[in-house]
Design a protein around this ligand. Structure first.
Ligand code: ADP
Ligand code: ZN
Length: 732
């Protein structure tokens, strides 16, 4: 069931539906005492004794085609179990709504004349109109719809209906697709001859392709080491065996450049992205299920692509947080891919320059095969990274976003015809609006978080709930009303203004979620940068990944500390990843590259390791810390979040959860450590108070049982909603 019960129920299959009801198809069944008619998924059909049990009958079959294979059924069952979701909810996530709703298809009634009627046409007593209809249809080369037939004979539906009633015309209902989308038409490119590192990587991968139970592979290759070419040649091998490959990339990397890299090498690829219409989504799904698609390229949910003969899964930028879904079921595509690969006995390749510590640790433990590509293609050096200590600029009273060193580097780069990427992971203009007279901070009324000033429309915006109001001219505090309210803190809009003012003769473009709202704007902006119409690219993390522009010789990180002080175990890891990834956008051509990182914490281990391009150093320092504090990847984590409009009731509920888990753990004799319950870092969101509780344990099953126990045992107040996030990524 898609809603309601978590478990599977037994029903009897009526004789007339035998053969129509199969695992992976939907049915209608009666549910509960009132025998409510509900839609459900058939997960197994068995022939067995059911003894004294009173079983109800299935009411009807809904699908003529199987929606999920048996492997996928197993996988969804695993997901439901692992992520503490109901099996039905997982199935709804796996099978797109467009497929369930048959988007782009419609039912048509097709009419024909039975042969025995056609033979005695002349002998029938009919009106002129009926005669005309019957002769026309009998003479037609294929069945016709009632509409077409009426048009052709210039009659109303009346004579057709009469003939159907007299059984002189028979009808059948069929579902037809009216969609068609063209394949990408792209110039072919041939295989590159591999570097030594690439060739070795391919060897290791192919050994796993032919293994009876392949091991997942971590392909740890520095930025520009040529991971994509390795993927492509591995996929070629899979296709040669008549199988299909799935390539998962972060949504933001689904650029025309990515599509082109695959489309220029393979026939029949399907690109799945979030802007697709339902009709196209359904059409692509059917194409993939039919087996004619060789390569599926897509974001997170493409891990569910219904390839009939899967040969390999590739997950690029494996560390990327967009692989985790933040609504039910809260799955991580990497874990789901690992499960699917295990079930279908195919290799999984996890590629990245900055492995998540979870994946790296598994590789170190021998659970995953580890491949290293420590050199860039053509032995190009990694760019030199320098930090700029912004603490010193403070003493001179300098308030801008661009330090003297960065200013000089930008100027030099522009003079040498290079291009520049400036990263600032904060959108808006001023990130802080405060009255210097009374100290009042302008906050969102629903979230109590500081509002950001957006200069383009003079509004103040809450970046959490999108609440908007006009920017105040005077202090909004009724008792104060001071007229010199101050806008401070730097977002991408202010940075853009500063860059425009300082380098006025050079074209600049800003990329953040405010400027990139329209579909296609992302590609258009990158195209302008690629053809060097634009010399300076300013943006948030959306510009940090994957871009391959050889003319970029300078990268500036405006504030490396934005994520460093978040209350999140992965704060250091995120910072390391972001700096390493954005630094990797330069030095990709023959012109070399340079990176400047502005920070208030130049000695922070994550920043220091990133400036040296030293993943091993980062991991060496971070792992012992995680072990000492019993955190991921050593222990498992579940985050419980509760919210509601009444603070006291949320807090009380969470205390109950904490206590219940403690009691349960003691009873079972296991160990689950708790952090909290405490107000979540985002304490209030859209008018709801939020509390969270972090559970850590080496025993995943115990934690799971504890959460299920709470679900059963604790009565949830009406005004409280709670969820459990398994392997959480978002700690806010
Ligand atoms: P990564 O994904 O590891 O950052 P890419 O796959 O983007 O690296 O490769 C970096 C650049 O090197 C790309 O422009 C790619 O076309 C080029 N490249 C990759 N492999 C080879 C090769 N064997 N010979 C020549 N150029 C290559
Ligand atoms: Zn808000």
């Amino acid at each position: 069931m898609s809603t309601g019960p978590e478990k599977a129920f037994d029903y009897l299959v009526p004789d007339e539906l035998i053969g129509e009801i199969l695992p992976g198809r939907r049915v209608y069944v009666p549910l509960g005492r009132s025998n409510r008619r509900v839609m459900a998924y058939c997960v197994a059909v068995e022939r067995k004794e059911y003894g004294q049990r009173k079983l109800k009958h299935v009411l009807a079959a809904l699908d003529q085609q199987t929606l999920v294979s048996s492997h996928m059924l197993n996988m969804t069952q695993w997901m439901a179990d692992y992520y503490l979701a109901s099996w039905g909810q997982v199935l709804e996530a796996v099978i797109p709504a467009a497929v369930r709703g048959n988007a782009g298809t419609r039912e048509v009634t097709l009419l024909s004349v039975p042969p025995q009627v056609a033979m005695q046409l002349a002998t029938l007593k009919l009106t002129d109109k009926q005669q005309k209809v019957l002769t026309t249809l009998a003479a037609a080369s294929k069945p016709m719809t009632p509409g077409d037939l009426a048009d052709k004979c210039r009659v109303t539906q009346a004579p057709i209906s009469t003939l159907r009633k007299k059984k002189l015309i028979t009808s059948e209902v069929r579902r037809v697709s009216h969609a068609h989308f063209d394949d990408l038409d792209i110039e072919r490119e041939s295989a590159k001859s591999l570097s030594e590192d690439q060739a070795a990587a391919l060897q290791t991968i192919l050994a796993q392709v032919h293994a009876p139970q392949p091991k997942p592979i971590l392909l740890h290759g520095v930025t520009g080491s040529g991971k994509t070419e390795v993927y492509i040649q591995a996929i070629q091998n899979v296709i040669d065996q008549g199988k299909q490959a799935i390539v998962l990339v972060p949504e933001i990397s689904l650029t025309p450049q990515t599509k082109q890299r695959f489309a220029s090498r393979f026939d029949r690829i399907a690109v799945l992205h979030s802007h697709m219409s339902d009709v196209e989504r359904h059409w692509q799904w059917k194409r993939i299920a039919s087996g004619i698609v060789n390569v599926v390229v897509g974001a997170r949910s493409a891990v569910f692509a219904p390839t009939p003969h899967l040969g390999m899964i590739i997950l690029d930028e494996e560390h990327d947080t967009s692989f985790k879904q933040d609504s039910v079921p809260r799955y991580h595509a990497r874990e789901v891919a690992a499960k699917r690969a295990e079930l279908e006995k195919v290799p999984l390749i996890l590629g990245t320059a900055t492995p998540s510590l979870e994946t790296f640790y598994r590789a170190k433990q021998g659970q995953y095969e580890l491949i290293s590509m420590p050199r860039r293609i053509g032995n190009r050096p990694l760019p030199a990274v320098r930090t700029v200590d912004m603490r010193y600029d403070k003493t001179t009273g300098y308030r801008g976003a661009i330090s003297r060193q960065l200013y000089q580097s930008i100027q030099r780069t522009l003079q040498q015809d290079g291009q520049i990427i400036l990263l600032l992971n904060r959108r808006g203009h001023s990130t802080h609006i405060q009255c210097p007279a009374c100290g009042h901070i302008v906050k969102c009324p629903h979230c109590e978080l500081p509002l950001t000033h957006h200069i383009t429309d003079g509004s103040t915006v809450c970046h959490y709930c999108d609440y908007r109001s006009t920017a105040p001219r005077v202090c909004p505090d009724a008792k104060c009303g001071y007229s010199g309210i101050r806008f401070s803190g730097i977002g991408t809009q202010k940075l853009e203004q500063e860059v425009k003012a300082k380098f006025s003769s050079y074209p600049i473009i800003r990329m953040d979620s405010d400027t990139m709202k329209k579909p296609g704007s992302h590609e258009a902006a990158l195209e302008k940068f690629r053809n060097q119409e634009v010399r300076i690219l300013v943006g948030t993390q959306m510009i940090a990944k994957g871009l391959d522009f050889p003319n970029v010789t300078l990268v500036g990180v405006i504030n490396a500390d934005t994520a460093l002080h978040f209350p999140d175990v992965r704060a250091g890891e995120r910072t390391f990843q972001l700096i390493t990834q954005v630094a990797g956008r330069t030095g990709r051509g023959d012109l070399g590259g340079e990176v400047l990182v502005q920070t208030l914490s130049p000695d922070h281990p994550a920043i220091e390791a990133a400036t040296r391009h030293d993943y091993a150093l980062f991991a060496e320092r971070e792992l012992p810390f995680r072990r000492d504090f019993q955190m991921t990847p050593f222990a498992h984590m579940v985050r419980i979040i509760a919210r509601g409009p009444a603070q006291a009731s949320v807090e009380l509920f969470m205390q109950q959860v904490g206590e219940e888990i403690q009691r349960f753990t003691a009873e079972k004799g296991g160990e689950i450590s708790q952090q909290g319950p405490a107000p979540a870092p985002i304490e209030k969101l859209r008018g709801n108070y939020r509390y969270h509780l972090l559970l850590h344990s080496f025993d995943r099953h115990l934690m799971r049982a504890a959460v299920l126990h709470c679900r059963e045992k604790i009565t949830v107040p009406e005004d409280v909603l709670w969820i459990a996030d398994v392997d959480p990524i978002d700690m806010m």
